[in-house]
Design a protein around this ligand. Structure first.
Ligand code: CMP
Length: 406
């Protein structure tokens, strides 16, 4: 038997289940979540012990620290080899080959962090290197926590997307640094050889000034040097603002893009839209607003003017009709009658549990009805049947063609 890479398959039985445990947390697998929480706790504990262990008052308990350190290192090593073993099962198919795939995985930044997490213990155990020197390495284990942060994924996306602009901003900063350091060297070197004796030395002052840190340990004495400092300080304000603005703008873009994808998926799951082409779903997504309702919340109130119709994406709502209320489920819509027939709400609609909805405001509703005659007809038919059915009879809306009446 051969795998995708053409080499003998070495996939152990149950490697999919192991993959779900090790990497499944981000996809919501319960075993994956439990595994993530356990590893995160060990990381916090391990680094906490490393930090506390630097306090001289606690070093008499050194043996206890050593035992815990060994325990954490064992967990990290086990986790590392487990991840390496199951990486071929990667959902995105990035590491399919049994050898090259694993090698590629081992080169990823997170795998390197996983390796560094238990290396200090191995080095400390098998060499004579002082454990204090390995402290920084032990703290690197904290980076493992980034695996569980979706926000960090967004940050790395933003930095990757904006790398050209950020690169240009930093290049500009570097040019400015060299320029002002060279000028400061020319005007200050005779009076202050200690601080400005070379362009390299002047760069210490240059960086302090350009970042507006200004330690004050090295300051220009000459008038020309002071004027140069004023110029550098003013220019640096803009220079620092540039990368900040790039990142902030990148964040806004990324959030907008993600929201669009999420809304697109929600709209595509609504049965009356699901048969539409992707471009049409995208247009409708732009018309819809995301809305949530908590348990017991009245989404619509009988007698009020209608300002929009709702699509139930997740949860459950109840149309408070007499004598018996009617329940609606994900995929159903409501609130269309008031808009279609220009009359007050025919009933109050209450969320039975936390519900996720998409709201189509009245102006967009009219536009959609104009644009899509078939869709308009299907909504009209459901509304007419609902009015005719009245209380106690549920008229679902999950299919634009099949209208069910129970
Ligand atoms: P609207 O009158 O705008 O506000 C109340 C909503 O309840 C109404 O639109 C319909 O969408 C919904 N509704 C009314 N009667 C029924 C019914 N029999 N079955 C399902 N939904 C209903």
């Amino acid at each position: 038997m051969t795998d995708a890479g053409g080499s003998p398959s070495v996939q152990p039985v149950g490697s999919k289940a192991l993959y779900a445990m090790v990497e499944g947390g981000r996809y919501g697998a319960p075993t994956g979540r439990a595994f993530d929480i356990f590893v995160a706790l060990v990381v916090v504990f391990s680094v906490g012990m490393a930090v506390i262990g630097t306090d001289a008052r606690l070093t008499r308990h050194l043996d206890v620290f050593r035992v815990f350190e060994a325990g954490c290192a064992f967990v990290f090593a086990f986790e590392y080899f487990l991840r390496l073993a199951v990486c071929n099962e990667d959902r995105q198919g990035r590491y399919p080959h049994w050898f090259w795939g694993r090698l590629r995985y081992a080169m990823t930044p997170m795998a390197i962090v996983d390796l560094i997490a238990f290396l200090p213990w191995v080095i400390g155990e098998f060499t004579t290197i002082d454990s204090d020197k390995l402290l920084v390495m032990r703290c690197i284990a904290l980076f493992k926590l980034l695996r569980y942060s979706q926000a960090f994924e967004t940050i790395s996306h933003v930095v990757r997307n904006e790398r050209r602009l950020l690169g240009a901003a930093f290049l500009l900063m570097a040019i400015l640094l060299v320029m002002i350091s060279a000028m400061a060297y020319v005007v200050e070197r005779r009076l202050q050889p200690e601080g400005f004796g070379s362009v390299l030395r002047a760069m210490w002052w240059g960086i302090g000034t350009l970042t507006n840190t200004g330690y004050g340990d090295v300051v220009p004495d000459t008038t020309a040097g002071k004027l140069l400092a004023v110029f550098a300080m003013i220019v640096s304000l803009g220079m620092i603002a540039l990368p900040v603005a790039i990142i902030a703008n990148g964040f806004a873009e990324e959030t907008r893009r993600r929201n669009f994808v999420v809304t697109w998926q929600l709209v595509a799951n609504v049965p009356i839209f699901s048969h539409l082409p992707a471009s049409r779903i995208a247009e409708i997504s732009a018309m819809l607003e995301s809305h949530v309702a908590s348990r017991g919340e009245a989404i619509l109130v009988k007698g009020e003017r209608g300002d929009g119709m709702y699509f139930l994406v997740d949860g459950e709502v109840e149309v408070m009709l007499e004598p018996e209320p009617v329940r609606l489920y994900p995929g159903d819509y409501f609130g269309e009658i008031a808009l279609l027939f220009d009359r007050p709400r025919s009933a109050t609609v209450v969320a039975r549990r936390f519900s996720q909805l998409l709201k189509l405001r009245v102006d967009n509703f009219r536009r959609l009805m104009e644009q899509d005659k078939e869709l308009a007809e299907s909504i009209r038919q459901v509304a007419t049947r609902r009015l005719a059915a009245g209380a106690g009879r549920r008229v679902g809306s999950r299919s634009d063609r099949k209208v069910e009446i129970d």
